[in-house]
Design a binder for this molecule. Structure first.
Ligand code: MGD
Ligand code: MGD
Ligand code: MO
Length: 690
């Protein structure tokens, strides 16, 4: 991103894409194009604050949150936090302190550097950061041993693109131009998604799959490919392990197109046609097949197995051997930043614990805050420090999360840019800068260039970045280690300290000079980067693409297949907004306008609406055993019968103060310990007339 700053006022006046960047190529997504509305929003949190005596924790009226707090200085704020943490540690042990953070604005320093040092040295509970991608990550790693995939630019060379649980146009718009380029050269785009996303609406074909059944579909495709002998035997022999076992498994009758059609809701002929097109791509002069697998399918109970099964498909066809073929999940794991040096987990040994602290899964926050032993054994959570995240909105089983955050005996610090729903429960609030106001080093979620993001403007108000806050807190707590004095440039150098060949020659100075530098991935004789085209690329124990254990499909406990006669018969998709970033931007008017179509609505199929006497525009209640939310019915073609959808929003922007996560569960995925937002059953009824 290029930021134009007015020299006199020091104010950023324009943001634009960097035309020299090979992937983003001069354009920003719709939400970030309006980023200055966020930076200069009158609602920014600009000073440290303390909850006023006697004000109970809980939802505050939007725009008037400030009345619940009094302004204090940074010194007062840091002293108070240090004193409270010291007292909590003395009374309940250091593990009674829990950090809660996720990606924030995703830089390496902001994401995990000084904060980790601080909590390790304190001996606080460790947080397992599972909220997004761990099931898919574990799946990809189990098959390939490393998180890597097809570069986004190479999608332009594909002959068939499958967006599998991936809303490219909504969530990953910088891939879209490459998809369009491929289509102009004759490629087809097939979308596999239970919801008619922007991507699905623009595709050549949309396969409306029953939620949570992707493993069955992948096995069905394998069945056809192997039955018809369409696999690449030479590649399989050279690069994979466990083929005979997988073949015997995939050829079972339960994976025939007819059987799979019953499970997935996708017609048998379609499965056969897709399998043939997938295996045939890359032959006869046409481009190879590329799968854009995203995290949609792994937010489901058996999502890890599903992602593993999909990841195996290009190993059967050898699509990796051709430019533009293969598969991409996130590229974030491809950057070999030195997180050990940055985060220093060994500091746990210098903490009062003197050992590794217990681990709390962030997807079980409700349980962690409401169980006496935090759900994992040991002391209750007595202090929670939230930064880079808005758990009151994004965590599953929200009613338990909020019940926990309301506890008067819980000391809650929130480091934020805005008065989020989480901030409403804070004892102490600290102002955080936006990424324009701080320097960081970045990997990427969707490309393979390392970057430094410069500080473009001074922090607004008294905002201080994560590095500064945790460095200063460390000093207040009396931590003597010199590492608490490290500043941004030193941390960036440390992050880049590695002998990993992919970072060869990548230094801070070079990143500052060039803006972005490609990972130094191995190239073949033709100068091309073709991951997994040869056996050298694999990092699994067998040293090959791992096809065992074979993926076994089973329907989620919380799915129509297992709840036919139950009280909650509808499958619920609690979705992301195309114009927000999870809960980020949801409070800004200009973004709300872009997202007005889905504001406060439940999307339903006519059949399900009619069966409940609901017509478009009716107020409805969506409920299950965990909670209920009030929405307005939108009867449209976005979902099939049996499925309903609504999107994530701030609780305080909704009619009844709760969002979609009041309905989601704390059940975890089969592998990776991730949340299962997309395995949620609900019932819907017309709200009583007022
Ligand atoms: N505009 C925008 N962009 C974003 C974000 C945002 O909030 N807004 N969030 C960012 C983040 S944190 C992430 S992790 C990425 C995620 O990007 P994606 O992985 O694309 O995330 P989702 O939107 O959760 O899921 C993609 C699609 O999977 C579908 N889906 C749900 N269940 C199933 C299923 O069982 N099978 C199949 N085949 N599909 C299913 C959903 O309907 C959805 O359209 O996007 C990033 N980009
Ligand atoms: N129902 C449902 N729930 C979901 C999802 C879904 O699709 N459906 N998606 C899930 C996924 S994939 C993810 S990744 C999570 C994301 O959940 P979160 O990680 O909570 O993400 P955001 O909602 O973007 O909130 C990030 C917050 O960090 C703040 N922030 C930004 N930069 C900084 C910084 O430098 N310092 C500090 N201290 N704060 C900063 C922002 O102001 C913002 O309020 O949500 C998950 N929850
Ligand atoms: Mo995410």
């Amino acid at each position: 991103m290029l930021v134009t700053v007015d020299e006199l006022s020091g104010r950023a006046v324009k943001v634009q894409g960097d035309p020299s960047h090979p992937v983003t190529r001069g354009f920003l997504c719709g939400k970030v194009a309006k980023y200055l509305d966020r930076v200069y929003s009158p609602d920014r949190l600009l000073y440290p604050m303390r909850r006023r005596a006697g004000v109970a924790k809980g939802p505050l009226p939007q725009g008037r949150e400030v009345e619940a707090f009094e302004r204090i200085s940074w010194d007062e704020a840091l002293d108070e936090i240090a004193a409270r943490l010291t007292k909590t540690v003395a009374e309940f042990g250091p593990e009674s302190v829990l950090p809660y953070s996720y990606a924030g604005t995703i830089g390496q320093l902001g994401y995990g550097s000084m904060d980790r040092r601080f909590f390790y040295r304190l001996g606080a509970s460790q947080l397992d950061r599972t909220i997004c991608a761990t099931a898919g990550g574990a799946a990809l790693t189990s098959v390939y041993g490393v998180k890597l995939g097809t570069a986004p630019q190479d999608f332009a060379h594909a002959g068939l693109i499958i967006a599998w649980g991936a809303n490219i146009h909504g969530n990953n718009v910088h891939l879209w131009p490459f998809v369009e380029e491929a289509r102009r050269a004759g490629a087809r785009l097939v979308v596999i998604d239970p919801y008619r996303t922007r991507t699905a609406a623009l595709a050549d074909e949309h396969l409306v799959i029953n939620p949570g059944t992707d493993a069955a579909l992948a096995l069905g495709l394998m069945h056809v490919i192997l039955r018809e002998g369409l696999e690449d035997r030479e590649y399989i022999d050279r690069c994979t392990h466990g083929f005979a076992e997988l073949k015997a498994h995939a050829l079972k009758a339960e994976h025939s197109p007819e059987a799979v059609a019953k499970v997935t809701g996708i017609a048998a002929e379609t499965i056969v046609r897709l399998a043939r097109a997938y295996a045939g791509a890359g032959r006869g002069g046409r481009g190879p097949a590329a799968i854009r697998l995203n995290y949609g399918i792994q937010r489901s109970e058996n999502g890890g197995t599903a992602a593993r099964a999909v990841c195996m498909l290009p190993l059967l066809t050898g699509a990796w051997q051709h430019k533009g073929g293969g598969l991409q999940l996130s590229t974030s794991g491809s950057f070999p930043f030195n997180s050990d040096v940055l985060q220093m987990p060994e500091l746990m040994l210098a903490s009062p614990l003197g050992r590794a602290a217990r681990v709390v899964n962030m997807s079980l926050l409700g349980q962690a805050l409401t169980a006496q032993d935090a759900g994992v054994g040991g002391p209750p959570v007595k202090a929670l420090f939230v930064y880079n995240s808005n758990p009151a909105v994004v965590a599953p089983n929200q009613n338990d999360v909020l019940r926990g955050m309301r506890r008067e005996d819980l000391f809650l610090v929130v480091h934020e840019q805005f008065f989020t729903d989480t901030a409403d429960y804070a004892d102490v609030l600290l102002p955080a800068p936006t990424f324009l106001e701080t320097k960081d080093v970045q990997g990427a979620y969707g490309h393979l260039f390392a970057q430094v993001s410069q500080k473009a403007i001074e922090p607004l108000g008294e905002a201080r970045n994560n590095v500064t806050v945790f460095g200063e807190l460390g000093r207040r707590m009396g931590f003597g280690e010199a590492c608490f004095d490290d500043r941004e440039d030193e941390l960036i150098d440390q992050a880049l300290t590695t002998d990993h060949p992919w970072f060869a020659g990548i230094t801070r100075e070079r990143l500052e000079r060039e803006g972005h530098v490609p990972l130094q991935l191995p190239v073949n004789e033709s100068g091309e980067v073709l991951p997994f085209s040869t056996v050298e690329w694999f990092r699994t124990p067998s040293g090959r693409g791992e096809l065992t254990p074979v993926p076994v499909f089973s329907a989620p406990v919380e799915s129509r297949a297992n709840a036919a006669a139950g009280a909650y018969p509808l499958e619920f998709l609690p979705r992301k907004a195309d114009n927000y970033m999870n809960s980020t931007f949801a409070n800004l008017e200009v973004h709300q306008k872009m997202e007005s179509r889905t504001a406060g609505v439940l999307e339903m199929h006519t059949t399900d609406a009619a069966a409940r006497g609901i017509v478009a525009g009716d107020q409805v209640e969506v409920f299950n055993g965990r909670g209920r939310i009030a929405l307005r019915a939108l009867v449209n073609g976005q979902v099939a019968a049996g499925v309903v959808a609504a999107r994530l929003d701030w609780n305080k922007l909704s009619r009844d103060g709760a969002n979609v996560n009041a309905l989601t569960s704390e059940r975890l995925t089969d592998i990776g310990g991730g949340p299962t937002f997309y395995s949620t059953l609900v019932e819907v009824r017309k709200a009583d007339a007022l």
